[in-house]
Design a protein around this ligand. Structure first.
Ligand SMILES: Cc1cc2nc3c(=O)[nH]c(=O)nc-3n(C[C@H](O)[C@H](O)[C@H](O)COP(=O)(O)OP(=O)(O)OC[C@H]3O[C@@H](n4cnc5c(N)ncnc54)[C@H](O)[C@@H]3O)c2cc1C
Length: 321
């Protein structure tokens, strides 16, 4: 038996989430003695996955399959699982994988658990922790079927290098390409050339406390110094101060970076629902009673217009030294 991961890529470059799936799979494989195998389409540098414990990469070379289609990709993952004898399949929390998950679960006749944030507690009883209620609770869920499918929450496990000697094979699945006749992607326009919010390790976010779009320079500068992505609260996007692609929260993007810096954001429950998966939360707010401080790991009570420029200067000095 082996563990199979579905390794997504962007224009051939392996996604960070694929390396996280590999890290998770390898950590579990170290307990069970299983082999970790990856399947993906047109991966440019499959050897990058060997660094994270993948000993075999099944690389599909097919122009049509380069474009994601949930039915076609579910087919190819199912065939890879059957060929490799995988009883545990891992997918990420990407939009594509979320769409494909239920189809794959039906094909594999697998128990399917999403939003997973931990390894199974032991190898006898397959129980994993998953986020529920917009990250406000944790459910312990046991899978009872022989085949298991897990959707791992982004940034919940982390990246752990564990190099192995790997190999890559061309994999030629028998996929019914007529599913591509139902719809096709005509054009892809990237929302921004900057770091994507869902992949970012660090996010600097601004709220209505920043008063207006003209004050976003310091948010962007702080983000640049930290190599971070920028985000905002819902009203900020509604007011047109920032694009809606940056809006995080219950009705916006759900994020889980290692560090989330919230500037001039009150910490309403709808905002927290999208950000409380962050590993460390820093809140800068001039109101000591702001609800966000209750969810913060570190808090600065102060005027953002004084605190943020000083923080930028300190970070620049730190980096120069
Ligand atoms: C159905 C529904 C869904 C929603 N979904 C979302 C969502 O997905 N995401 C989201 O963000 N919101 C969402 N909201 C809105 C949410 O309830 C809050 O209204 C919103 O998050 C508040 O945004 P804010 O914190 O930027 O603004 P405010 O509530 O106006 O807070 C501004 C904060 O800035 C502080 N401040 C002011 N001046 C300064 C200064 N000079 N320096 C430092 N701090 C300062 C203030 O003390 C205050 O805490 C939703 C609401 C509903 C009803």
């Amino acid at each position: 038996m082996s563990i199979l991961i579905y390794a997504e890529n962007q224009n051939g470059k392996i996604a960070k989430s694929a390396k996280e799936l590999a890290s998770y799979a390898k950590a579990y494989a170290d307990k069970t003695g299983q082999e970790v195998i990856a399947v993906g389409v047109e991966i440019n540098q499959p050897e990058e996955l060997y660094q994270y414990g993948v000993s075999k990469v099944l690389n599909v070379k097919n122009e049509t399959l380069k474009t994601f289609n949930a039915f076609a990709h579910a087919d190819l993952v199912t065939q890879a699982a059957l060929q490799t004898g995988a009883d545990l399949v891992l997918i990420s929390d990407s939009n594509d994988a979320v769409y494909m998950g239920p189809i794959l679960a039906a094909q594999l006749e697998a128990g399917y658990v999403s939003h997973v944030i931990s390894l199974p507690e032991d190898t006898e009883q397959f129980t994993v922790k998953r986020k529920v209620f917009s990250n406000k609770g944790i459910a312990y869920t046991e899978i009872l079927t022989d085949n298991k499918l897990l959707r791992i929450a982004k940034n919940s496990f982390g990246l752990y290098e564990s190099p192995v000697n790997g190999s890559t094979e061309n994999f030629v699945p028998e996929v019914d390409l007529s599913v591509y006749e139902t719809y096709k992607v005509v054009n892809v326009e990237k929302a921004t050339g900057k770091i994507s919010l869902t992949d970012a390790d660090i996010i600097v976010s601004g709220g209505r406390g920043l008063k207006g779009p003209e004050n976003w320079g310091m948010v962007e500068e702080l983000a640049e110094v930290l190599g971070a992505a920028t985000a905002c609260s819902k009203p900020v996007a509604d007011l047109g101060w920032r694009p809606h692609t940056e809006h995080v929260g219950q009705t916006g993007k759900q994020i889980a970076p290692n560090l989330y810096i919230a500037i001039g954001i009150s910490g309403a429950i709808q905002h927290l629902a999208g950000v409380n998966g962050s590993k460390n939360i820093v809140v800068i707010n001039n109101d000591p009673e702001a609800p966000f401080f209750k969810a913060a790991d570190y808090g600065v009570v102060g005027d953002a217009f004084e605190v943020v420029p000083q923080l930028i200067e300190k970070l620049k000095t730190f980096k120069n030294n």
